[in-house]
Design a protein around this ligand. Structure first.
Ligand SMILES: Nc1ncnc2c1ncn2[C@@H]1O[C@H](COP(=O)(O)OP(=O)(O)OP(=O)(O)O)[C@@H](O)[C@H]1O
Length: 239
């Protein structure tokens, strides 16, 4: 569970402070698949980066099971990112001269002996075990995103953060990736995802709509994918 209390974030450009997030308070509960939507530039990625510790918030508390990430030392934050968080982005950089299996296994090999077995079992779960010995340059965009999910799941993260994970994919690959997300969530994985697409957001079960650094709507979603897409579109159109 992550509790966000009075989170503020401003960027400093030269001597000027540019406020982006304005006093946000909310809770992300375990097992939720929360989706953040809103117009370009409203602060979605800034929010995701602050609560995942990739960016330091200007003020407020971000409590992960009671521990305030905004006051954690760099070493504590590194450990939390390694052991408790998983990240998936639009473009997932991989090390070109390592195989897919090595890319996935890498972070766990830093502290556990079962890196390769765990990586192989996740490649199987993502149905891409046949890619294990290939290099990143030789797999498609959709396959690369599956590799990125496997890599993000390597340390059994408490929360999976995803920023526009389907933005660079065609609609068929995007659907496959979202089906994997939905399956992981059904097995209990907490997910926090930013997207621009109501159809992609509909795979989630909670929608947060952001406008100018605040959340305007926070709604739990039920029903079929088309039902949820309609609800999300209605909320987003109000912005
Ligand atoms: N490092 C930075 N320094 C200064 N300003 C920044 C920085 N990163 C983002 N911003 C500004 O903060 C605001 C919010 O950016 P952010 O990327 O969080 O928005 P977003 O909602 O994720 O946008 P998009 O949907 O286009 O990705 C924007 O005005 C952006 O220009």
């Amino acid at each position: 569970m992550i509790e966000v209390k009075h989170l503020k974030k401003a960027y400093r450009i030269e001597k000027q402070e540019i406020p982006v997030l304005e006093d946000i308070s909310l809770t992300i509960h375990d097992g939720e698949f929360t989706v953040i939507m809103g117009e370009s530039g409203c602060g979605k990625s800034t929010f995701l980066n602050c609560i995942s510790g990739l960016l330091k918030a200007s003020d407020g508390e971000i409590l992960l099971d009671g521990k305030d990430l905004n006051r954690a030392t760099r070493k504590e934050m590194e450990a939390i990112r390694l052991h408790q968080f998983g990240f998936i982005f639009q473009d997932n950089y991989m090390i070109d001269n390592l195989t897919i299996l090595e890319n996935v296994a890498m972070t766990r090999l830093l502290y556990a002996k079962d890196g390769y077995e765990k990586a192989m079992s996740l490649l199987k779960q993502m149905r891409i075990e046949h890619l294990a010995d290939k290099y990143p340059a030789h797999v498609s965009g959709g396959e690369k995103q599956r590799v990125a999910i496997a890599r993000a799941m390597m340390n059994d993260p408490a929360i999976l953060f995803a920023d526009e994970p389907t933005a660079s994919l065609d609609k068929y690959s995007a659907k496959e990736i979202m089906e994997i997300f939905a399956e992981l969530n059904q097995k209990g994985q907490t997910i926090l995802m930013v997207t621009h697409s109501a159809g992609i957001g509909a795979y989630g079960n909670r929608i947060l709509v952001m406008d100018k650094g605040c959340f305007l709507d926070d709604k739990y979603l039920e029903g079929t994918l088309p039902d949820k897409t309609k609800v999300i579109q209605g909320l987003v159109d109000k912005v």
